[in-house]
Design a protein around this ligand. Structure first.
Ligand SMILES: Cc1cc2nc3c(=O)[nH]c(=O)nc-3n(C[C@H](O)[C@H](O)[C@H](O)COP(=O)(O)O)c2cc1C
Length: 149
């Protein structure tokens, strides 16, 4: 379900997935022009937002893109996640929040984020429940990775 602003709208069910380093505004705009019903940002670090990283804040820029745009965020703990979401939602342009519990990159797993959250179900549950306070549509992207990680 999307933000109520999009309820009842006939969106193309073909969407642009979140792709780190790829789904920058120009690419989202291009896919939207090709007919994508919805686009995702790249995965954006909540820790980066919390620490005020300019580079991370720039990842939240949009350039006159047609909505809906969904922001994808990641964090290794609930506190950082909720603080990051709060900062992201100061910009009232996101149709939903996607939480990345799928990324298999070692540098993300090491922080307890991405796919490693599937090995920390209580932590993942705390994150999801914590997000209810924002009254915003949320979806979680998950990926089962090898037990060796
Ligand atoms: C270069 C690259 C970057 C990706 N970045 C993200 C990301 O930031 N967030 C995410 O949830 N998935 C990410 N993915 C996974 C894709 O969104 C998608 O789930 C995956 O490619 C499988 O989709 P497909 O079967 O259509 O290829 C990435 C995949 C690739 C290849």
């Amino acid at each position: 379900m999307l933000d109520t602003r999009f309820a009842g709208k006939d969106l193309n069910p073909v969407w642009l997935a979140p792709l780190a380093g790829i789904t920058i505004p120009a690419v989202r705009k291009f896919y939207k022009a090709l007919g994508a019903g919805l686009t995702h940002t790249e995965m954006i670090s909540c820790a980066g937002l919390v620490h005020g990283s300019k580079k991370t804040f720039r990842m939240m820029e949009t350039f006159g893109e047609a909505p809906p745009v969904v922001i994808q965020l990641f964090a290794g703990d609930t506190d950082t996640l909720l603080k990051g979401v709060e900062l992201a939602l100061k910009q009232d342009k996101w149709a939903a929040i996607s939480i990345n519990m799928a990324c298999p990159m070692p540098k993300v797993l090491k922080k307890g984020a991405g796919a490693s959250l599937l090995k920390n179900i209580e932590g993942a549950e705390r994150m999801i429940k914590g997000l209810m306070v924002f009254q915003k549509p949320v979806w979680i992207k998950i990926r089962k990775i090898s037990d060796n990680y």
